[in-house]
Design a binder for this molecule. Structure first.
Ligand SMILES: [Zn+2]
Length: 458
């Protein structure tokens, strides 16, 4: 897909030389280079570790947000409190292994009664912060999350078995395994490994986290939500594909932004869609076994997830989910009826698949945390009618160059890429009426920032 039209545009660039276009990107150069450190980290991700994590989470019998969290239950290893303590201890164990490189946090708050919360309930997010090594870049945050609460057929059944191996033991295991592997490395920007509760009761944990981050003006550049990434072993499953859902018109868009999107055809260019495209590109760079299937949709029918809490606060966030879900194996009481096995059990999870999804996540987190910040104030000059297109932007610290990307308006992914050097403007012999542009920052090692689609300036 990436290369389907690039040769045409390449020919156009060659036949219409323009002095500010140094050289057109050859198709084989279109995929950014791999970073050997990231390649090694991906090899360190272990399906066996992930299996052990998921089986441990299942061993707590239920992780319903309304289930037990008193000291005796924690000691007995039953209920969401025991799961919370185990996750915290895992993060602390990884931190000891890296000389205390992780700040491990538990953020508990009391949620008032609501539709699925019959009485005031303490909900606790558990996360680990791998602080960036560069004082300025450390303010930039990329994060991975999964929800550690589970449920069965009844969202109020606080004591019945709710194994939640796939939903969302798998996503919790992705967050833990990314923490274990990436905490061995250092990055200029900050990575947060998050696990939230309350998802099944109404996205309560993620809502609390996103609002806290917004109130404290955290610069969360990208959030990866993994929910149901177990690769359920049904015969119709495609274990080589992971779906990546992203919002179109941003949930947090102002009226003025919606008007601009409507006028200029920006409905496929939210920051979350740039993140989805970035994930697909990272997957090509690192040749991951799980191939992202980009879905231009906020989430699946009848379902939601924790990325929505982040989108609502204006953050860039996407959702990873297995290719084909088996509804007998989620939100169901464990039982056998008419020969059909129901329930979210470990035996239906494909641990190699979860590891492959964790590799896509880790590669994305590491690439973004290694890259410079995206350029700010990216503008497309529209002062007059002309067929060339001039882009301007502000320099991003640590950048060695900038790359202009473009694609046909009807194409899902970027088709052309042009490195323009360490400058803050570029003019390309392509009509802004016919393509969508973006600009991204590139460091000396080739790490790419998220692309930024320009706003018009006249
Ligand atoms: Zn879920």
């Amino acid at each position: 897909m990436f290369h389907s039209r690039i040769s045409l545009i390449f020919a156009l660039l060659v036949s219409v030389p323009y002095r500010t276009v140094a050289q057109a990107a050859a198709p084989e150069d279109a995929t950014p280079p791999a970073d050997p450190q990231i390649t090694a980290a991906l090899a360190d991700i272990s399906a066996q570790r992930i299996q052990a994590d998921i089986e441990k989470l299942v061993s707590f019998q239920t992780r319903l947000t309304l289930s037990a969290q008193d000291p005796d239950s924690i000691k007995a290893g039953r209920g969401i409190g025991a799961a919370r303590e185990w996750i915290r201890e895992e993060f602390e164990r990884y931190s000891r292994a890296c000389g205390g490189c992780l700040e491990v946090k538990t953020d508990g708050f009391t949620e008032d009664p609501a539709d699925r919360i019959p009485k005031p309930t303490v909900i606790t997010n558990v996360y680990a912060v791998l602080r960036g090594t560069d004082p300025e870049s450390a303010k930039r945050i990329v994060l991975v999350t999964g929800h550690y609460d589970s449920r069965n057929g009844d969202t109020f059944d606080a004591s019945g078995i709710a194994p939640g191996a796939n939903d969302d033991g798998s996503g919790t295991a992705v967050s833990l395994e990314c923490a274990r592997v990436l905490s061995k490395l250092k990055f200029p920007a900050t990575i947060i490994f998050l696990t939230v509760a309350g998802e099944e009761q109404g996205l309560n944990g993620s809502h609390h986290f996103a609002k806290m981050a917004k109130d404290q003006a955290w610069d969360i550049e990208a959030a990866l939500n993994n929910d149901i990434v177990g690769g359920d072993r049904s015969p119709q499953q495609n274990p080589s594909i992971v779906r990546v859902f992203s919002e179109g018109v941003p949930l947090a868009a102002t009226d003025a932004e919606v008007r601009r999107i409507r006028n200029l055809g920006g409905e496929n260019d939210s920051a979350s869609r740039q993140l989805a495209r970035y994930i697909a590109e990272v997957s090509r760079t690192y040749k991951t076994a799980a191939k992202p299937l980009i879905v231009f949709r906020l989430d699946r029918y009848l379902r939601g997830g924790d990325h929505i809490s982040l989108n609502e606060q204006g953050y860039t966030a996407v959702r990873f989910t297995e290719y084909r879900e088996d509804y007998n194996h989620q939100h169901q009481n464990v039982r056998t009826e008419n020969g059909i096995e129901y329930g979210d059990l470990s035996k239906f999870v494909n641990f190699d698949y979860v590891a492959n999804v964790a590799r896509v996540n880790a590669a994305t987190l590491a690439s973004l945390a290694s890259a410079p910040a995206p350029p700010a104030r990216v503008r497309l000059q529209t002062k007059q009618l002309e067929n060339d297109s001039t882009l301007t932007w502000e320099a991003s610290p640590g950048s060695a160059s900038y790359e202009v990307l473009w694609r046909d308006t009807a194409s899902p992914e970027w088709e052309g890429a042009q490195l323009v050097g360490n400058v803050t403007h570029a003019t390309l012999p392509l009509s802004k009426d016919n393509v969508i542009f973006a600009v991204r920052a590139v460091d000396g090692a080739g790490h790419r920032s998220l692309p930024v689609v320009p706003q018009p300036e006249r």
